[in-house]
Design a protein around this ligand. Structure first.
Ligand SMILES: [Cu+2]
Length: 139
């Protein structure tokens, strides 16, 4: 890499770190954006095609923002459950890395109204997996 390229890389890293500190997931639609955080990690997500509705399959657009100086997760798993009913979804999600901290989860479906909990699990280098959660009340 030449000097100009190295300088651009450093500037870009500084910008993305500042962005993560300000608001993780600014690129997602504010009206439907949800946030989860744990241990300095932030994860912003939004349904990819409008609000979640009972009985309708949906996908999530996800942005993962690691703490400053930490690499992005090696893997991300997505699931959901209804804590009050002690059951999960009837479907298994598939998760795809889109690069640049962006991920997409397909194959979610909430089969009844009530409180659902999104479950995200990150694989971090040299550390145990980290779980982040966020609840959604589905009318
Ligand atoms: Cu239930």
């Amino acid at each position: 890499m030449n000097r100009a390229g190295a300088a651009a890389t450093v500037a870009c890293a500084a910008l993305s770190a500042a962005g993560a500190a300000a608001a993780c997931g600014d690129a997602l639609p504010p009206a439907s954006r949800l946030l989860a955080d744990a241990a300095g990690w932030q994860l912003a997500f939004a349904p990819s095609a409008g609000p979640v509705a009972v009985g309708r399959p949906f996908a999530l657009d996800i942005i993962v923002c690691p703490p400053a100086g930490q690499p992005p997760p090696a893997a991300l798993r997505v699931d959901a459950e209804m804590p009050a009913h002690r059951h999960g979804m009837n479907y298994r999600t598939t998760v795809q890395s889109l690069g640049g901290g962006r991920w997409r989860a397909d194959g979610l479906m909430f089969h009844m109204p009530g409180r659902w909990r999104f479950l995200f699990e990150l694989d971090r280098a040299g550390q145990p997996p980290l779980r982040l959660t966020q609840d959604l009340d589905l009318p």
